[in-house]
Design a protein around this ligand. Sequence first.
Ligand code: DX5
Ligand code: ZN
Length: 217
Amino acid sequence: MHAPILAPSILAGDHANLAASAQLVESLSVTWIHLDIMDGHFVPNLTFGPQTVAALRKGSKLFFDTHLMLAEPQRYIEAFAKAGANLISIHIEPAYDHAATLKRIRELGCLNGIVLNPGTPAEAIQPFLDQVDLVLVMTVQPGFGGQPFRRDMLPKIAQIDAWRRERGLNFRLEVDGGIDLKNGPECRAAGVDTFVAGTSFFGAADKAAVAQTIAAW
Ligand code: DX5
Ligand code: ZN
């Protein structure tokens, strides 16, 4: 089982000073940060693009866990790789060549990830499990931070973890959406090793305590 990793979501950080939010994460010895990229098509919201990621890269050694919520992610992976993304995850729902895009992400020197929305069954990503470094199970409908955790996603997480063990695969299993110190242990028990936390991290008075708690799961 992989050691737990916390990936604070900068979506809940200070959008007038994202660099400061990244520095805050780094100052707590947290090694990952989650970057939510939204296009206003695949999800009904907009965030930021490769230029912002490149600007953050200049002042940060964090591992950039880059979550593309894009209708046409294959068009942008090269730009995000060049901007300094370390991992690029792409959704299964839009129609494009998923296998070729996952392969290309690795060729660009990044780790890759496949993402499923709450309404998408685990079976949809099953054919790609031997081609990915990470599977991200959305525990909210993507687009906005601060939504409640979908507990009904736990069986899907457990199914993906079971496939991982049955096939001896080594990908990370990540959850994103409404994750906090209460529901995180349930996710951990279902097989999760990588925890995105936006509101519960940036909204916490004692962020170091949140990081230490998750590191001990
Ligand atoms: C949702 C994003 C999440 C979001 C999580 O569309 O993909 O990464 O930032 O935020 P919280 O933890 O507040 O649900
Ligand atoms: Zn995300």
